[in-house]
Design a protein around this ligand. Structure first.
Ligand SMILES: Nc1ncnc2c1ncn2[C@@H]1O[C@H](COP(=O)(O)OP(=O)(O)OP(=O)(O)O)[C@@H](O)[C@H]1O
Ligand SMILES: [Mg+2]
Length: 271
C-alpha cells in the first residue's frame, strides 16, 4: 500500500512543486514505485513532467474529479488518467492538472463527500505504488482539503522569510482541524526549508526561529535546500536535479540533488 504524502503550503512560491518533482525522482531512483499528482490549477508539476502546455492536456485529475462528482464512480477509469515518464533510469507515473481545477473547486461545494473525492480516486490505485506525492496549489480551499484527507502525511516546504513563517500558524491550524474531523491518521512528515540563501543572515535567523518555535512538536529537517540558480534551470528544462546538467554542473553532481536524496532517505526511514 502506498504512503501518500501531500506537499502543502498556502503560501505561493515556497518550493512545493520543486520538492514534489525532485523528491519523487529521488524515491524512484531508490527503486520505489512513485505516482506524482498535480493538484494545482497552474499545472506547474505537469509542465515539469514534460508537458509544454498543461492547459492543452485533456486527461487531468481535474477532469477525473469532475467525473466523480457528476456521474457514478463505476463509470470512471482511473487508469485512463495516469501518464508515465522515463527520465534516464528514473520511471515515474503521474497525473496532470491545469486551469480546469478552478471548476473543481466550485463543483466540490455541493458534492456528496466533498472532502473525500480525491481519496476515493487514489484508493483505487494505492496498492500499485510505494509513494503517492500530491503537489498542492497555493491555497487552503477544497482541493487542498481533498489532498489533506487523501494523505497519510503532510510535508511543508517553507521559505526562510518572515511572511512565510507567519503563514505556518494558519497552515498547522488547518492540518490539525482536518486531522480531528476528517482524517485522524494524518501526520506531519516535516518542515523543509527551501531556497535558503546561506550567506544571508536574515535567512539563517528565520531558520533558527522556526526551529525553536516548532521543533518540539514537529520534525524540522536539519538540512535545508540552498537557493541556487541551476534549480530553476532544471525546472525550465523539465529535468529532475538528479539527472540535470549544464555548464558548471555535471550530471549527478548537483548539491541540491544531494539534499533531495537526503530527504528521500529520511522519508523512507520514517515509514
Ligand atoms: N532551491 C532553489 N533554488 C533556486 N530557485 C528555486 C529553488 N527552489 C525553487 N526555486 C524556484 O522558485 C520558484 C518557486 O518554486 P516552486 O514552483 O517549486 O514553488 P511552489 O510553492 O510550488 O509555487 P506555487 O505556490 O506557485 O505552486 C520556481 O521558479 C523555482 O524554480
Ligand atoms: Mg507549485
Amino acid at each position: 500500500m502506498a504512503k501518500t504524502i501531500t506537499i502543502v503550503n498556502q503560501k505561493g512560491g515556497v518550493g512545493k512543486t520543486t520538492t514534489t518533482f525532485n523528491l519523487g525522482a529521488c524515491l524512484a531512483q531508490a527503486g520505489k514505485k512513485v505516482l506524482l499528482v498535480d493538484m494545482d490549477q497552474q499545472g506547474n508539476l505537469t509542465y515539469c513532467m514534460g508537458h509544454e502546455s498543461p492547459d492543452e492536456v485533456r486527461a487531468t485529475i481535474a477532469q477525473l474529479m469532475l467525473q466523480y462528482i457528476a456521474v457514478d464512480e463505476e463509470e470512471c477509469r482511473v487508469d485512463d488518467y495516469i501518464f508515465h515518464r522515463n527520465i534516464g533510469n528514473i520511471a515515474m507515473d503521474y497525473m496532470t492538472c491545469n486551469v480546469e481545477m478552478a471548476s473543481v473547486e466550485t463543483a466540490l461545494v455541493n458534492a456528496m463527500q466533498r472532502e473525500q473525492i480525491l481519496k476515493l480516486i487514489l484508493d483505487e490505485v494505492k496498492e500499485r505504488y510505494d509513494y503517492i506525492l500530491l503537489d498542492c496549489g497555493p491555497s487552503l480551499g477544497l482541493t487542498t482539503m481533498n489532498a489533506l484527507v487523501a494523505a497519510d502525511s503532510a510535508l511543508i516546504p517553507l521559505k526562510a522569510e518572515k511572511l512565510s513563517s507567519l503563514g505556518m500558524e494558519l497552515l498547522l491550524k488547518n492540518i490539525m482541524r482536518v486531522k480531528r474531523r476528517l482524517n485522524p491518521s494524518l501526520d506531519i512528515e516535516g518542515i523543509l526549508f527551501c531556497a535558503v540563501n546561506k550567506t544571508y543572515n536574515e535567512d539563517i535567523k528565520t531558520v533558527h526561529e522556526v526551529k525553536e518555535r516548532f521543533e518540539d512538536a514537529i520534525n524540522v529537517y536539519d538540512f535545508v535546500v540552498p537557493a541556487l540558480t541551476h534549480v530553476s534551470h532544471s525546472v525550465r528544462d523539465q529535468q529532475p536535479l538528479v539527472v540535470f546538467s549544464e555548464s558548471g554542473i555535471k550530471k549527478g553532481e548537483s548539491p541540491v540533488a544531494d539534499i533531495y536524496n537526503q530527504l528521500a532517505q529520511e522519508v523512507i526511514e520514517n515509514e
